[in-house]
Design a protein around this ligand. Structure first.
Ligand code: FE
Ligand code: CA
Length: 533
């Protein structure tokens, strides 16, 4: 981004370390009420910015003076509370350009989603919150650039399971100073693992179902210093995958054959908690019962359009759901199917993202003037020919292989409407991939029309490396696969090329894990398909 003043790592560390209960020194706040006196730091869960526009963004915090208090209200009670915010053009908050009041809404767990306007495009800003004598960490936000922007750096993340390791990838990503980050889902995990090695234990030691349980889980994640550091230093965009609610759910169908009505109550609690903890738009994304609009579009000038899609809320029920003979321990959710045994897979009326969202996505791709068109997507889009334990051709019902007609519609639309440089970024599968996307994955001569970059998990266990390697000869559109490392993907984008580094940490059980680059791929302007760099 052209006029981004990139703060030094030292400045970032300094600003993220500054925190809590300092005296309010800012002259900008002179006219505000004195506010309550706090017994604990009300900003214990940190700050975050997201949902950028040309002239603003959303600022987030959540009042929690006693974050682990029983009942998950963070030690808060009573009506909604006004707090103060300030926005500056420098990381020391000397040049304040806007200040005012924001509301911590009781109905949403005393979370703040302040929609800010009136700022300049294409630059970073810094912000903080104040209540009484308590002051938050200083956070960094950004506005979207106007046409002419020629450079961007962003990271993408998925699958951070708190129990399996420390969130060092989040800290390393923040220290690379990306303009922003994208969460692709499994930001939290709803269950507690009793089977595999863990280094930490999930709140309550069991699966979340109620609002109080989801709130306690997000609170635990946000008390992690590396995740809090990432949010304070790095504005973000977010979509979700299944574990924000339940493993492998699809719309109102859970994986345990629950009554859909009961499952929707659980989904309402989970979506509300996502809203309460993420820097998403206050009106647009405000949840209504079990419904919450998350899919959205961001234009970074004419350099990049990002379509953030929602692959869970509107998807058709997983194919051949609810056949106990086939559930293989996965209940009603994802499982391996053979095409011969599951004709439902081919039903053209089934959709991964719902027909309304398909229409929205297709219009966005067809009308885009951007040089790069990113689709931020939760689950693997490329076809993956697998063999089941009986040696038969099989595929997985929870990713796009379970929705082949929906995928073919998207591929045909891309082939026909020809958006410039379509690139899909993906999480969920806990492994790195670089894939060519095609209309017909069964025909190696089918032209490559788009690229897919898949990032590994932050901490979650990867799929079996040797087994998946045996699938690769039958999947020539897969250019790279590795499931053995945890990390993230860092992208440097110019008009000429997209350069992606597959970043890995040395050991997720070591809080001081070091960072290295496992592989690098580029997509050149006008040449679909990632190429090893
Ligand atoms: Fe995951
Ligand atoms: Ca997932």
């Amino acid at each position: 981004m052209v006029d981004y003043a990139v703060p030094s790592r030292r400045a970032l560390l300094k600003s993220a370390a500054l925190s809590t209960a300092g005296l309010v020194a800012s002259p900008a706040l002179g006219k505000l009420p004195a506010g309550p006196s706090w017994s604990g730091d009300p900003f214990s869960l940190g700050v975050a910015a997201g949902a950028p526009s040309l002239d603003g963004f959303v600022l987030w915090t959540r009042l929690a003076p006693d974050p682990l208090a029983a009942g998950s209200a963070g030690g808060m009670h009573g009506p909604s509370q006004p707090i103060a915010y300030e926005i500056a053009t420098d990381d020391s908050m000397h040049h304040i350009v806007q200040h005012g009041a924001a509301l911590a809404e009781a109905e949403f767990g005393y979370s703040v989603h302040k929609q800010v306007h009136g700022l300049r495009p294409g630059r970073p800003y810094w912000y903080r919150f104040t209540s009484g004598r308590a002051q938050s960490t200083i956070g960094r936000a950004m506005t979207l650039p106007e046409h002419g922007a020629d450079k961007l750096r962003f990271a993408f993340f998925s699958c951070s399971h708190y129990e399996y390791g420390y969130f060092s990838p989040y800290r390393h990503a923040a220290e690379e100073n990306p303009d922003f980050g994208i969460f692709l889902g499994d930001y939290i995990y709803e269950y507690a693992d009793k089977r595999r090695p863990t280094v930490r234990t999930h709140s309550g030691g069991k699966e979340c179902v109620t609002l109080a349980e989801y709130r306690a889980r997000y609170t635990q994640y946000r008390l992690d210093p590396n995740l809090r550091f990432l949010h304070a230093t790095t504005p973000s965009l977010a979509t979700w995958d299944d574990h924000e609610v339940q493993n492998d759910y699809a719309d109102k169908w859970g994986e345990d054959f629950q009554d859909p009505k009961a499952f929707l109550e659980r989904r309402a609690a989970a979506y509300q908690t996502f809203y309460e903890f993420m820097p998403v738009k206050p009106v647009f994304s405000r949840p209504h019962g079990p419904n919450m609009r998350l899919y959205d579009r961001y234009d970074f000038g004419d350099l990049m359009r990002v379509d953030m899609i929602d692959g869970r809320q509107y998807r058709s029920r997983e194919a051949c759901y609810g056949d106990p003979a086939k559930k293989e321990g996965h209940g009603g959710g994802g499982h391996q199917e053979t095409p011969a045994a599951c004709l439902e897979l081919l039903d053209a009326s089934r959709s991964m993202i719902g027909l309304a969202q398909e229409k929205w996505l297709f219009e966005g791709l067809a009308t885009s003037k951007a040089k790069w068109n990113l689709i931020a997507n939760d689950v693997l889009m490329a076809r993956l020919h697998q063999k089941n334990p009986a040696g038969e051709d099989a595929f997985w019902t929870d990713d796009w292989d379970g929705y082949p007609a929906s995928r073919t519609r998207l591929m045909l639309h891309i082939a026909a409407s020809k958006p410039s440089n379509p690139v899909v970024i993906t999480g969920d599968i806990h492994s790195f991939w670089a894939n060519d996307l095609k209309v017909d994955f069964d025909d190696p001569k089918s032209p490559t029309i788009a690229s897919e970059l898949v990032g590994t998990s932050i901490t979650s266990y990867g799929p079996p490396y040797e087994l998946f390697n045996t699938f690769l000869p039958n999947n020539p559109h897969v250019k790279f696969f590795d499931s053995r490392k945890r990390g993230y993907v860092m992208v440097d984008l110019t008009r000429e090329r997209l350069s992606a580094r597959y970043q890995v940490v040395s050991d997720i059980t070591d809080p001081n894990a070091s960072l290295s680059t496992l592989a690098s791929f580029v997509v050149e302007d006008g040449k679909p398909g990632p190429v090893a760099a």
